[in-house]
Each structure stands twice: as structure tokens, then as C-alpha cells.
Design a binder for this molecule. Sequence first.
Ligand code: PMP
Ligand code: GLN
Length: 382
Amino acid sequence: MHYPDTKLPKVGTTIFTVMSQLANEAGAINLSQGFPDFDGPEFLRKRVAHYIEHGANQYAPMTGIPALREAIANKTERLYGRNTCAESEVTVTSGATEALFAAIAAVVQAGDEVIVFDPAYDSYEPAIELNGGRAVHLALPPPSFNIDFEQLKAAISDRTRMIIINSPHNPTGAVLSAQDLDTLAEIVRDSDILLLSDEVYEHIAFDGQPHQSLLRHDELAARSFVVSSFGKTFHTTGWKVGYCVAPAPLSAEFRKVHQYLTFSTVTPVQLALADMLNEQPEHYLELPEFYQQKRDLFCELMAGSRFTFEKTAGTYFQLMDYSAISDLPDTEFCRWLTTEAGVAAIPISVFSESPMDTRLVRFCFAKSDETLRAAAAKLCEI
Ligand code: PMP
Ligand code: GLN
């Protein structure tokens, strides 16, 4: 028997799995893979338990529980001023990962180009390639990691089907401005290019800056799949529930893929999320403040270290420069940091096709203050 050639020759085990595993083996504090070390809201957990106990354990409707789609549409209107149709424009998915894959699979055809900005979240390119497309990588230049719009214009070709953007951005924390959205709109105006906007950190933007969802922008929203995840918003990454908002014709194609990828998403969690959005909206409204305190605590503690950094503008990740500590490439430095210093981090070069010569690692500060203090104490010693 000859097994088939791999369809994803560039893909190995994700850096998140690799680093979390190494952290566990080494008994290190795990600031690598992005997940909180605390629980989601008690109300939400109790609602899930309630629905499981009360028979909500069979398939949900393919597009999502209507109450949750309504609650998402209401949130979208409240925050971004966009009136979306819960029936035809909102689809609940099994995590943002599924939504990203479904959006790409729905529209990318063999030979299409999809523009991604490096460092890019690692699930985009495999999804593009499995659907016969080709990722065109553009670098976000440090230290700002802002999009170079001239470079974007130059990279667009007749084959460009889609541009993937991510704000707040993982791993750099960069956020798009309202002006950036206008510039993007100008660039795509006379084309059929679609946008896939990964907004899983929509509720984690700091220093009073409102999140610039593409849903705020009429022109962009008309050609966009906007994807988010409740895992980030409610500290429940293990539940894997996300959603996609897109105009009805795009949602119709998206749903053709979704119905054969997973068909539907976990029922009791959807019901509980609808209650949570409706009854405790203060949770997501106060999330920027909640994480800003953690960012500020971590940065204050790290001020005594030899790492250098600018405070992150969004996400629960903080980039730090270790060039005063080591000349090692970032992947090796992260291994050393985990096994020798007892703190795991993520190297950022793995998210770029042609990594820049930087000495940057990513720390996740979605952790209890106690964990952050313990990690910073170790990091200040090196
Ligand atoms: N996009 C980005 C930028 C992320 O950081 C994550 C979280 N790991 C995802 C997508 C996937 O989200 P989910 O866990 O809901 O699939
Ligand atoms: N998004 C998370 C991160 O950036 C990890 C998700 C995963 O492990 N696939 O760390």
C-alpha cells in the first residue's frame, strides 16, 4: 500500500501544541498558547449546565440557534451600527477556525490568490491551499506592524480573490484605524475582491480605541466575511463556538460549506451564549478594561526585566524583544526560555513566510495575576 502524498507539505504540528507540550514537560509557566487560566462567567457556565440537564442535547439548526443569531445581530447593531439579518446573514460555527475555513472554501477556486499579512495566524494558509488557492504573503513591518497599503496595491492581480485581515492582530497586537478601513475600501472599490476579517479579539482593544470592525463600514461590509469567537470573549476557548457575519449571498455560499463541514454547533452552549449576550452584556463591554489591567500589570512587572517592549494595542498577547538577552533565533530562544527559565512563549517567526530578522516573542497575559507575577519574577531574573 502506498499512502498518498501529503496535501500540506509545509504543515507540521502547530506551534501552539508544540510549545504547550514543552511547557507541560518542563513544568514551565505556560504563557505560550493563547488561553485563559481562569474560568468563564459563572452565569454562563450555569446556563450550559441547565440546558444540558433540560434536554437541549440534540442537533441545533444548521445555521445556529435562532436566539443566538438574534443576540449576535443585536450586538452587531449596538456596537457597530450595522443592521444585520439574523436569518440570512449570521451563521454560528464550531469556533472561528471553522468559520475561517468555511469562508475560504466557499469562495476560493483553483488558481485564486489570497493575500495574507505576515505574521499571519497559522490556520489561513492551509485552508487556502486545501482549496486550490495560493497565499500571497505581505509583511507587516515592525515595530508598528501596520499594513503597507502601497505594497498591498502592488500585490493585487487579476487572480486576487480575497484579502484576509486580522484586527486586533495576533500575534502583534496591532489594530486597524478607521482611516485604514477607508484606504482599504479605496483599494478594493473597483474590483470583485472579497475580504475575510478575523475579529476574534474584537472585545480586546485598549486605551479607549474603539475596535474598527469591518461591519462599521458600509462599503467593506458589503464584500466581507466577518468572523469572531466566543472563546476569547467569554474565557472559554475549549467550547469552540464562533460565528460569521456576511451579506446574504456570501452567507448562502458559506452555509453550503458549513453544512457539510460540521453541519451544526453544540446546542446547549449556543443556548447559554444567547442568554449571556442578552442578560449580561456588561461582560463584553467591560472586557477591554479587564484585559487592559492585566496588560498593564504584566508590563509593569516586566519593566524590571531586560526585555524591551511597547504596550500592545489589542489582543491578550504582548510582544517582547529579547535582543538584550540573547542572539538565539526566536524558536531556539523559546525552547531555552521554557526549559531553562521556566516560562513558555511563542516565537513569532513561525507565522511568516520570510521572517524578518527580529528577536521577538509573544507572551499571553490572559492569566491570573498570580500567574503573571510568578512568570514575571522568573523573566526578570534572566
Ligand atoms: N483567529 C485568531 C487570530 C486566533 O487567535 C484564534 C484563536 N486561537 C482563532 C482565529 C481561532 O478561534 P477559535 O478558537 O474560536 O477557533
Ligand atoms: N489562537 C491561540 C493562540 O494564538 C491558539 C489556538 C490553537 O491552539 N490552535 O495562541
